[in-house]
Design a protein around this ligand. Structure first.
Ligand code: 13P
Ligand code: SF4
Length: 312
């Protein structure tokens, strides 16, 4: 098969899906071409559920490493491939397992809630996992009075603590994309678009969340943009989600929230997510490589808190 153009990659991916009995799962932060070829597009929770329920033999995970690793933890018998093994996550990297282990060990009476944006080793140190769409529900499921450690995103942690009224010890991590939005430039945009709603992911800093009309996970933001009667939105999360927002509501205007840095046009694109390309996607299906592999003992330790979340 000829290679090199988008059309050829898409044809090859579709052919390999059938040949391998493969399912292509993609996060909303993937480049539009990848979203268009995916069998399922979703937020972290939706993707984990989809991976749990699939009867495909091969899971092709278009997202970042911790997401593909979660799919492998749930499906040890399946082949899980990721277009670029180097697609990491700054938030996950901000929580090394050694240091987090010491943090947890110093608070033995605490229930440990970890965001899904963590390595398997950090998940293995946790009692329950959460995502941005169920964090509030997970915290409310913990009996009142139980001390809680929440990691690694301090902004999501602070937001959920405020929503639930629960005190939590926060690990001081953050996401490079969600902390770079400019409050000043969003305010200026709001002057030019007075009817626009600001949509924000809870990984954003407080000063951005304070400006938001609606706060939620990527799926929640997409659903809200579709259902809202408002016609203009300033979107404070990774700009990839706008592809689905625009598809669902072609007559509405979606403006990516500007970043703080000078000339920062693509700062709302996650550099880790964007390592995946259509070309690498076709190649990982052709070669069934790079694969996600995980030590069985570590997998079982990480599986228990993921299962607790999925059973909630
Ligand atoms: P969602 O769970 O909302 O999809 O978020 C994932 C993520 O990486 C946010 O930066
Ligand atoms: Fe990680 Fe942030 Fe990229 Fe999400 S947007 S994958 S939290 S670095």
């Amino acid at each position: 098969m000829g290679r090199g153009s988008t059309k050829n990659f898409v044809e090859e991916i579709e052919f390999l899906k059938r040949e391998l009995n493969a399912v292509v799962l993609a996060h909303y932060y993937q480049e539009p071409g990848i979203q268009d070829v995916a069998d399922y597009i979703g937020d972290s929770l939706g993707l984990a559920r989809e991976a749990q329920g699939t009867d495909a033999d091969v899971i092709v995970f278009c997202g970042v490493h911790f997401m593909a690793e979660t799919a492998k933890i749930l499906n040890p018998e399946k082949v899980v491939v990721l277009p670029d093994l180097e697609a990491g996550c700054s938030l996950s990297d901000s929580c090394p397992p050694g240091a987090f282990g010491e943090f947890v060990a110093a608070r033995p009476d605490h229930t440990v809630v970890s965001y899904v944006n963590t390595s398997a080793a950090v998940k293995g140190l946790s009692d329950i996992i959460c995502t941005s769409s169920n964090a509030e529900r997970v915290i409310r499921s913990i009996p009142e009075g139980t001390p809680i450690i929440f990691g690694p995103d301090r902004h999501l942690g602070r937001y959920v603590a405020k929503r639930t009224g629960r005190e939590m010890v926060l690990w001081p991590g953050s996401c490079i994309v969600h902390v770079q939005f400019s409050e000043k430039k969003i305010r200026q945009l709001k002057v030019r678009h007075p009817n626009a709603e600001v949509l924000a992911h809870p990984e954003c800093e407080d000063r951005i969340l304070d400006l938001a009309d609606y706060i939620g996970s990527t799926t929640a933001l997409l659903d809200h943009s579709r259902e809202s009667g408002v016609r203009e939105f300033i979107v404070a999360t990774e700009a990839g989600i706008i592809h689905q927002m625009q598809k669902a509501s072609p007559d509405k205007l979606f403006i990516p929230a500007p970043g703080d840095g000078p000339g920062c046009e693509a700062c709302s694109e996650c550099p880790h997510m964007r390592r995946n390309t259509l070309e690498k996607l076709a190649a990982c299906m052709r070669d069934l490589n790079p694969r996600i592999e995980i030590d069985e003992e570590l997998r079982l330790r990480a599986l228990a808190p993921i299962k607790r979340m999925l059973e909630l």
